[in-house]
Design a protein around this ligand. Structure first.
Ligand SMILES: NC(=O)c1ccc[n+]([C@@H]2O[C@H](COP(=O)([O-])OP(=O)(O)OC[C@H]3O[C@@H](n4cnc5c(N)ncnc54)[C@H](OP(=O)(O)O)[C@@H]3O)[C@@H](O)[C@H]2O)c1
Length: 331
Protein backbone atom coordinates (compact mmCIF):
# COMPACT_ATOMS: atom_id res chain seq x y z
CA UNK A 1 0.00 0.00 0.00
CA UNK A 2 1.27 3.49 -0.84
CA UNK A 3 0.17 6.81 0.67
CA UNK A 4 0.83 10.53 0.27
CA UNK A 5 3.35 12.64 2.18
CA UNK A 6 4.77 16.12 1.66
CA UNK A 7 8.56 16.21 1.51
CA UNK A 8 10.94 19.14 1.83
CA UNK A 9 14.09 18.57 -0.24
CA UNK A 10 17.32 20.51 -0.43
CA UNK A 11 19.34 21.17 -3.59
CA UNK A 12 22.45 23.23 -2.84
CA UNK A 13 21.29 26.31 -0.93
CA UNK A 14 17.62 25.98 -2.00
CA UNK A 15 14.72 23.95 -0.62
CA UNK A 16 11.60 22.75 -2.44
CA UNK A 17 8.38 20.90 -1.53
CA UNK A 18 7.07 17.78 -3.27
CA UNK A 19 4.14 15.41 -2.68
CA UNK A 20 5.33 11.81 -2.92
CA UNK A 21 3.87 8.34 -2.63
CA UNK A 22 5.62 6.29 0.07
CA UNK A 23 4.98 3.07 2.06
CA UNK A 24 5.02 2.29 5.79
CA UNK A 25 8.52 0.85 5.32
CA UNK A 26 9.71 4.42 4.64
CA UNK A 27 8.50 5.61 8.08
CA UNK A 28 10.83 5.83 11.07
CA UNK A 29 10.81 3.31 13.95
CA UNK A 30 8.13 3.53 16.67
CA UNK A 31 5.47 1.61 18.60
CA UNK A 32 2.34 3.23 17.18
CA UNK A 33 1.27 3.76 13.57
CA UNK A 34 -1.34 6.51 13.24
CA UNK A 35 -3.61 7.11 10.26
CA UNK A 36 -3.51 10.91 10.17
CA UNK A 37 -6.76 12.79 9.59
CA UNK A 38 -5.53 16.35 10.25
CA UNK A 39 -2.32 18.24 10.86
CA UNK A 40 -1.80 21.99 11.30
CA UNK A 41 0.50 24.88 10.41
CA UNK A 42 2.74 26.42 13.04
CA UNK A 43 5.52 29.00 12.70
CA UNK A 44 8.06 26.20 13.19
CA UNK A 45 6.58 24.33 10.19
CA UNK A 46 7.20 27.43 8.10
CA UNK A 47 10.82 27.46 9.27
CA UNK A 48 11.14 23.75 8.35
CA UNK A 49 10.49 24.59 4.69
CA UNK A 50 13.20 27.22 4.22
CA UNK A 51 16.95 26.65 3.78
CA UNK A 52 18.13 28.63 6.82
CA UNK A 53 15.22 27.72 9.14
CA UNK A 54 17.44 25.61 11.45
CA UNK A 55 14.67 23.04 12.03
CA UNK A 56 15.29 20.14 9.65
CA UNK A 57 18.49 18.17 10.23
CA UNK A 58 18.42 15.74 7.29
CA UNK A 59 16.78 15.88 3.83
CA UNK A 60 14.51 14.69 2.25
CA UNK A 61 12.16 15.20 5.20
CA UNK A 62 8.43 15.24 6.03
CA UNK A 63 7.61 18.32 8.19
CA UNK A 64 4.52 18.82 10.39
CA UNK A 65 4.93 19.14 14.17
CA UNK A 66 1.26 18.24 14.81
CA UNK A 67 -0.89 15.24 13.89
CA UNK A 68 -4.25 13.81 14.93
CA UNK A 69 -5.81 10.59 13.77
CA UNK A 70 -6.62 7.04 14.75
CA UNK A 71 -4.29 4.25 15.76
CA UNK A 72 -3.74 1.84 12.85
CA UNK A 73 -1.23 -0.46 14.60
CA UNK A 74 0.24 -0.52 18.09
CA UNK A 75 2.77 -2.72 19.86
CA UNK A 76 2.23 -0.76 23.09
CA UNK A 77 -0.48 -1.85 25.54
CA UNK A 78 -1.56 1.78 26.17
CA UNK A 79 -2.99 2.16 22.65
CA UNK A 80 -5.25 -0.04 20.52
CA UNK A 81 -6.38 0.08 16.89
CA UNK A 82 -9.09 2.70 16.40
CA UNK A 83 -8.11 4.94 19.37
CA UNK A 84 -8.38 8.69 18.64
CA UNK A 85 -4.97 10.21 19.38
CA UNK A 86 -2.77 13.23 18.77
CA UNK A 87 0.94 13.97 18.77
CA UNK A 88 2.53 17.39 19.10
CA UNK A 89 6.15 18.30 19.67
CA UNK A 90 8.97 15.95 20.71
CA UNK A 91 10.95 15.24 17.49
CA UNK A 92 7.86 15.10 15.25
CA UNK A 93 8.41 17.21 12.15
CA UNK A 94 11.92 18.10 13.34
CA UNK A 95 14.09 14.97 13.19
CA UNK A 96 11.31 12.36 12.91
CA UNK A 97 8.98 12.29 9.85
CA UNK A 98 6.04 14.56 10.71
CA UNK A 99 2.33 15.08 10.31
CA UNK A 100 2.12 16.10 6.62
CA UNK A 101 1.74 12.41 5.81
CA UNK A 102 -1.24 10.05 5.67
CA UNK A 103 0.52 7.79 8.19
CA UNK A 104 3.08 8.48 10.93
CA UNK A 105 4.93 5.99 13.14
CA UNK A 106 5.97 7.32 16.57
CA UNK A 107 7.10 6.18 20.03
CA UNK A 108 4.09 5.43 22.28
CA UNK A 109 5.50 7.89 24.86
CA UNK A 110 4.67 10.77 22.49
CA UNK A 111 1.01 9.82 22.03
CA UNK A 112 -1.84 11.68 23.78
CA UNK A 113 -5.32 10.15 23.98
CA UNK A 114 -7.76 12.74 22.60
CA UNK A 115 -10.09 13.57 25.49
CA UNK A 116 -13.87 13.38 25.26
CA UNK A 117 -15.23 16.69 24.05
CA UNK A 118 -12.65 17.18 21.26
CA UNK A 119 -12.88 15.91 17.68
CA UNK A 120 -9.79 15.04 15.64
CA UNK A 121 -10.35 18.25 13.69
CA UNK A 122 -10.68 20.41 16.80
CA UNK A 123 -7.55 18.81 18.25
CA UNK A 124 -5.60 20.14 15.26
CA UNK A 125 -7.35 23.51 15.24
CA UNK A 126 -5.79 23.80 18.69
CA UNK A 127 -2.54 21.92 17.97
CA UNK A 128 0.86 23.02 19.25
CA UNK A 129 -0.20 26.67 19.23
CA UNK A 130 -3.24 26.05 21.44
CA UNK A 131 -1.33 23.69 23.71
CA UNK A 132 1.34 26.39 24.14
CA UNK A 133 -1.37 28.96 24.91
CA UNK A 134 -2.85 26.58 27.49
CA UNK A 135 0.58 26.06 29.10
CA UNK A 136 0.94 29.86 29.27
CA UNK A 137 -2.49 30.41 30.85
CA UNK A 138 -1.91 27.59 33.34
CA UNK A 139 1.51 29.05 34.22
CA UNK A 140 -0.05 32.45 35.02
CA UNK A 141 -2.69 30.72 37.16
CA UNK A 142 0.01 28.77 39.01
CA UNK A 143 1.97 31.99 39.66
CA UNK A 144 -1.09 33.43 41.36
CA UNK A 145 -2.34 35.81 38.65
CA UNK A 146 -6.09 36.13 39.23
CA UNK A 147 -8.81 37.88 37.16
CA UNK A 148 -9.36 40.45 39.95
CA UNK A 149 -5.71 41.57 39.71
CA UNK A 150 -6.40 43.48 36.50
CA UNK A 151 -5.75 43.33 32.76
CA UNK A 152 -3.76 40.56 31.12
CA UNK A 153 -1.91 41.41 27.89
CA UNK A 154 -1.56 38.99 24.97
CA UNK A 155 1.04 39.99 22.36
CA UNK A 156 0.99 38.76 18.72
CA UNK A 157 -2.69 38.28 19.43
CA UNK A 158 -3.88 37.31 15.93
CA UNK A 159 -1.30 34.50 15.68
CA UNK A 160 -1.87 30.87 16.60
CA UNK A 161 -0.60 31.02 20.19
CA UNK A 162 -1.94 34.56 20.68
CA UNK A 163 -5.50 33.96 19.46
CA UNK A 164 -5.83 30.76 21.48
CA UNK A 165 -4.52 32.53 24.60
CA UNK A 166 -7.02 35.39 24.18
CA UNK A 167 -9.88 32.94 24.08
CA UNK A 168 -8.66 30.71 26.93
CA UNK A 169 -8.00 33.67 29.25
CA UNK A 170 -11.46 35.04 28.46
CA UNK A 171 -12.93 31.62 29.38
CA UNK A 172 -11.29 31.90 32.80
CA UNK A 173 -12.71 35.36 33.48
CA UNK A 174 -9.60 37.49 32.83
CA UNK A 175 -9.90 40.92 31.23
CA UNK A 176 -7.84 40.46 28.08
CA UNK A 177 -6.02 43.25 26.23
CA UNK A 178 -4.85 42.04 22.81
CA UNK A 179 -1.89 43.64 21.08
CA UNK A 180 -1.72 43.25 17.32
CA UNK A 181 0.05 44.68 14.30
CA UNK A 182 -3.03 44.03 12.16
CA UNK A 183 -5.39 47.00 12.19
CA UNK A 184 -7.99 45.02 10.22
CA UNK A 185 -8.20 42.26 12.84
CA UNK A 186 -9.61 44.28 15.75
CA UNK A 187 -13.12 42.93 15.23
CA UNK A 188 -11.83 39.34 15.10
CA UNK A 189 -9.93 39.83 18.35
CA UNK A 190 -12.99 41.21 20.13
CA UNK A 191 -15.07 38.34 18.79
CA UNK A 192 -12.69 35.77 20.30
CA UNK A 193 -12.58 37.39 23.75
CA UNK A 194 -10.44 40.55 23.85
CA UNK A 195 -12.00 43.40 25.80
CA UNK A 196 -9.58 45.90 24.25
CA UNK A 197 -7.21 45.88 21.28
CA UNK A 198 -4.04 47.96 21.15
CA UNK A 199 -1.36 48.38 18.47
CA UNK A 200 2.16 46.98 18.61
CA UNK A 201 3.42 50.59 18.85
CA UNK A 202 1.44 51.13 22.05
CA UNK A 203 3.21 48.15 23.56
CA UNK A 204 6.71 48.97 22.30
CA UNK A 205 7.53 52.69 22.72
CA UNK A 206 10.55 54.23 21.01
CA UNK A 207 12.39 54.50 24.31
CA UNK A 208 11.94 51.67 26.80
CA UNK A 209 12.42 52.83 30.42
CA UNK A 210 13.73 50.39 33.06
CA UNK A 211 10.46 50.78 35.00
CA UNK A 212 7.13 52.05 33.73
CA UNK A 213 3.47 52.25 34.70
CA UNK A 214 2.25 49.14 36.54
CA UNK A 215 -0.29 48.11 33.95
CA UNK A 216 -0.44 44.34 33.42
CA UNK A 217 -1.36 41.70 36.01
CA UNK A 218 0.01 39.12 33.59
CA UNK A 219 1.28 38.77 30.03
CA UNK A 220 1.20 35.93 27.49
CA UNK A 221 4.03 36.74 25.09
CA UNK A 222 4.65 34.62 21.97
CA UNK A 223 6.59 37.51 20.36
CA UNK A 224 9.72 37.92 22.53
CA UNK A 225 12.54 40.31 21.52
CA UNK A 226 11.87 44.05 21.94
CA UNK A 227 8.23 43.28 22.80
CA UNK A 228 9.23 41.27 25.86
CA UNK A 229 11.73 43.99 26.83
CA UNK A 230 8.96 46.57 26.54
CA UNK A 231 6.32 44.73 28.59
CA UNK A 232 8.47 43.73 31.56
CA UNK A 233 8.72 47.31 32.98
CA UNK A 234 4.91 47.60 32.81
CA UNK A 235 3.99 44.48 34.78
CA UNK A 236 2.31 45.06 38.12
CA UNK A 237 4.00 44.20 41.41
CA UNK A 238 4.18 40.36 41.72
CA UNK A 239 2.76 39.86 38.22
CA UNK A 240 3.96 37.26 35.73
CA UNK A 241 4.96 37.00 32.08
CA UNK A 242 4.75 33.67 30.21
CA UNK A 243 7.11 33.83 27.21
CA UNK A 244 6.88 31.23 24.47
CA UNK A 245 8.06 32.70 21.19
CA UNK A 246 10.44 34.75 19.12
CA UNK A 247 8.56 36.11 16.11
CA UNK A 248 9.78 39.55 17.25
CA UNK A 249 13.41 38.45 17.74
CA UNK A 250 15.58 36.49 20.15
CA UNK A 251 17.50 39.25 21.94
CA UNK A 252 15.78 40.83 24.95
CA UNK A 253 17.48 44.07 26.03
CA UNK A 254 16.16 44.54 29.57
CA UNK A 255 17.28 45.29 33.12
CA UNK A 256 16.95 43.48 36.46
CA UNK A 257 14.67 46.20 37.90
CA UNK A 258 11.22 44.66 37.17
CA UNK A 259 12.45 41.46 38.83
CA UNK A 260 14.21 42.86 41.91
CA UNK A 261 12.00 45.90 42.62
CA UNK A 262 8.58 44.53 41.65
CA UNK A 263 9.00 40.77 42.06
CA UNK A 264 7.96 40.24 38.44
CA UNK A 265 8.14 36.58 37.43
CA UNK A 266 9.31 35.51 33.97
CA UNK A 267 8.12 32.02 33.05
CA UNK A 268 9.55 30.09 30.09
CA UNK A 269 7.01 27.98 28.20
CA UNK A 270 8.07 24.85 26.32
CA UNK A 271 5.49 22.69 24.58
CA UNK A 272 7.97 20.38 22.86
CA UNK A 273 9.44 18.36 25.73
CA UNK A 274 6.59 19.09 28.16
CA UNK A 275 6.28 15.88 30.24
CA UNK A 276 3.27 13.58 29.78
CA UNK A 277 2.09 14.05 33.38
CA UNK A 278 1.49 17.74 32.52
CA UNK A 279 0.59 17.15 28.87
CA UNK A 280 -2.36 14.71 29.14
CA UNK A 281 -4.14 16.55 32.02
CA UNK A 282 -3.71 19.86 30.18
CA UNK A 283 -5.33 18.39 27.03
CA UNK A 284 -8.20 17.33 29.30
CA UNK A 285 -8.53 21.00 30.35
CA UNK A 286 -8.33 22.13 26.71
CA UNK A 287 -11.38 19.94 26.03
CA UNK A 288 -13.28 21.49 28.94
CA UNK A 289 -12.65 24.75 30.85
CA UNK A 290 -10.00 26.11 28.46
CA UNK A 291 -11.74 25.07 25.22
CA UNK A 292 -11.31 28.07 22.88
CA UNK A 293 -14.75 27.82 21.24
CA UNK A 294 -14.82 31.27 19.59
CA UNK A 295 -11.51 30.70 17.76
CA UNK A 296 -12.69 27.26 16.66
CA UNK A 297 -15.74 28.93 15.14
CA UNK A 298 -14.23 31.98 13.43
CA UNK A 299 -10.44 31.71 13.36
CA UNK A 300 -9.75 28.58 11.29
CA UNK A 301 -8.80 27.98 7.67
CA UNK A 302 -8.54 24.49 6.19
CA UNK A 303 -6.14 23.50 3.40
CA UNK A 304 -5.16 20.23 1.69
CA UNK A 305 -1.61 18.83 1.53
CA UNK A 306 -1.46 20.20 -2.03
CA UNK A 307 -2.45 23.72 -0.91
CA UNK A 308 0.02 23.85 1.98
CA UNK A 309 2.87 25.22 -0.14
CA UNK A 310 1.19 28.63 -0.34
CA UNK A 311 0.65 28.88 3.42
CA UNK A 312 4.26 28.71 4.61
CA UNK A 313 5.43 32.11 3.25
CA UNK A 314 2.41 33.73 4.93
CA UNK A 315 3.14 32.35 8.40
CA UNK A 316 6.83 33.25 8.04
CA UNK A 317 5.81 36.83 7.20
CA UNK A 318 3.60 37.07 10.35
CA UNK A 319 0.55 37.54 8.14
CA UNK A 320 -1.68 34.74 9.44
CA UNK A 321 -4.81 35.35 11.47
CA UNK A 322 -5.94 32.45 13.66
CA UNK A 323 -4.99 28.89 12.79
CA UNK A 324 -4.67 26.85 9.61
CA UNK A 325 -5.36 23.13 9.67
CA UNK A 326 -4.40 20.58 7.05
CA UNK A 327 -6.86 17.91 5.99
CA UNK A 328 -4.58 14.96 5.37
CA UNK A 329 -7.07 12.13 4.83
CA UNK A 330 -10.79 11.41 5.09
CA UNK A 331 -11.38 9.03 8.02
N1 LIG B 1 7.70 27.58 23.28
C1 LIG B 1 6.98 26.73 22.57
O1 LIG B 1 6.82 25.55 22.90
C2 LIG B 1 6.30 27.24 21.34
C3 LIG B 1 5.18 26.59 20.81
C4 LIG B 1 4.50 27.16 19.71
C5 LIG B 1 5.01 28.33 19.14
N2 LIG B 1 6.13 28.88 19.67
C6 LIG B 1 6.65 30.13 19.11
O2 LIG B 1 5.69 31.14 19.34
C7 LIG B 1 5.74 32.09 18.29
C8 LIG B 1 4.35 32.24 17.67
O3 LIG B 1 3.99 31.02 17.04
P1 LIG B 1 2.61 30.94 16.24
O4 LIG B 1 2.53 29.54 15.69
O5 LIG B 1 1.54 31.50 17.06
O6 LIG B 1 2.95 31.93 15.02
P2 LIG B 1 1.97 32.90 14.21
O7 LIG B 1 0.65 32.26 14.04
O8 LIG B 1 2.73 33.32 13.00
O9 LIG B 1 1.80 34.16 15.17
C9 LIG B 1 2.82 35.08 15.42
C10 LIG B 1 2.21 36.48 15.57
O10 LIG B 1 3.21 37.35 16.11
C11 LIG B 1 3.00 38.67 15.61
N3 LIG B 1 4.24 39.11 14.97
C12 LIG B 1 4.80 38.62 13.85
N4 LIG B 1 5.94 39.28 13.58
C13 LIG B 1 6.10 40.18 14.55
C14 LIG B 1 7.09 41.19 14.82
N5 LIG B 1 8.14 41.36 14.03
N6 LIG B 1 6.93 41.95 15.92
C15 LIG B 1 5.87 41.78 16.74
N7 LIG B 1 4.90 40.86 16.51
C16 LIG B 1 5.03 40.09 15.44
C17 LIG B 1 1.85 38.58 14.62
O11 LIG B 1 0.65 38.92 15.34
P3 LIG B 1 -0.03 40.39 15.25
O12 LIG B 1 -0.03 40.74 13.82
O13 LIG B 1 -1.41 40.17 15.81
O14 LIG B 1 0.79 41.33 16.07
C18 LIG B 1 1.82 37.12 14.26
O15 LIG B 1 0.55 36.72 13.81
C19 LIG B 1 6.82 31.57 17.31
O16 LIG B 1 8.05 32.20 17.62
C20 LIG B 1 6.89 30.10 17.61
O17 LIG B 1 8.13 29.53 17.26
C21 LIG B 1 6.76 28.38 20.73
Amino acid sequence: MTFKALFVEKQGEETSLHLKEITKEDLPQGDVVIRVAYSSVNYKDGLATIPNGNIVREYPFIPGIDAAGVVAESTDARFAEGDAVLVTGYDLGVSHFGGYSEYIRVPADWVVAIPKGLTLKEAMMIGTAGFTAALSVQALEQKGVKPEHGEVLVTGATGGVGSMAVSMLNNKGYTVVASSGKQEAHEFLQEIGASKVISREEVVPEKIRPLGRMQWAGVVDPVGGQTLAAVLPNVKYGGAVAVSGMTGGVNVPTTVFPFILRGVQLIGIDSVQCPMDTRQPLWDRIATDLKPEPVLNVGIQEVSLEELVDVFPKILAGKMTGRTIVKVAEL
